[in-house]
Design a binder for this molecule. Sequence first.
Ligand SMILES: NC(=O)c1ccc[n+]([C@@H]2O[C@H](COP(=O)([O-])OP(=O)(O)OC[C@H]3O[C@@H](n4cnc5c(N)ncnc54)[C@H](O)[C@@H]3O)[C@@H](O)[C@H]2O)c1
Length: 272
Amino acid sequence: MERLPGKVAIITGAGQGLGRSTALRFAAEGARVVVADVNCKTAHNTVTDIKSAGGDAIAVIADVSVSDDVEKMVAVTLADYGRVDILVNNAAMFGSGKHIAEIEEDEWDQVMRVNLKGPFLCSKAVVSPMRAQGGGSIVFVSSMSGVVANERQADYNTSKHGLIGLARCMAQDCGEYGIRANVVCPTGMNSPMMARTPAANVAPYAAMTMFSRFAEPEEVASAILFLASDEASYITAAVLMVDGGATGIQPSGRQLKEGAAKFLRRVESGAL
Ligand SMILES: NC(=O)c1ccc[n+]([C@@H]2O[C@H](COP(=O)([O-])OP(=O)(O)OC[C@H]3O[C@@H](n4cnc5c(N)ncnc54)[C@H](O)[C@@H]3O)[C@@H](O)[C@H]2O)c1
């Protein structure tokens, strides 16, 4: 049985990575999907793949940090599908990778614009239609970096911490309209964002999980699906860690060493 029958879902950053996986999964579960991305080509690719699999989707080219684009995104959704039940605030960029004392003001502003202001604008834009319909579900994609501090990630981590606050405030202010707001916090994922980093640099992070590997985007999409669906009807303001246990356990020295070696063996054998 489909888990999102008749639902209309906007997914930002759905041209690749986690957003794309989530869009494909939602469509397979019966949702009509609005594939929103700044990248026209990848957004259309996702739509083509959804349609080839028998699903229903449209592409909207929008930068989540630009209010006119966000308003257009919601207007097109309402014009084409007549409602909006789900918003997944997934689009994001990585930070400068600099020490906090070295981050330039414009670098900081850019990360906050995309990762924090974007989800604010998108969430704000769906409140009115969701309220008129009697409710909706908003899922924010934060990160393990939204609950811990990583070295040289002050801009990215601050934006992801802020997202949890934003989600809780959405849940607080909009609960009376039947709108739920929840957060997923993945650790590393096998996505294009991760592929840009050398395996040796990320092996210690994989070793911190109980599985010595990162999540497949589909595994995170399953958590988003649950929170977005009516199965999570009593869940709001929740933060769901999808991190292979990394924030809940403290691995021993042996586990870290063996886990990193296991991860690198997997990468070398192409098993990831
Ligand atoms: N990859 C990881 O290891 C990881 C770990 C934890 C959390 N996350 C989070 O998961 C989410 C998805 O990550 P991913 O790895 O799939 O990223 P990705 O870089 O592979 O894809 C991001 C998508 O967002 C789009 N995008 C970027 N800026 C945009 C904007 N201003 N407006 C609209 N679209 C925009 C891009 O074009 C791209 O299609 C992000 O929120 C990220 O912070 C990723």
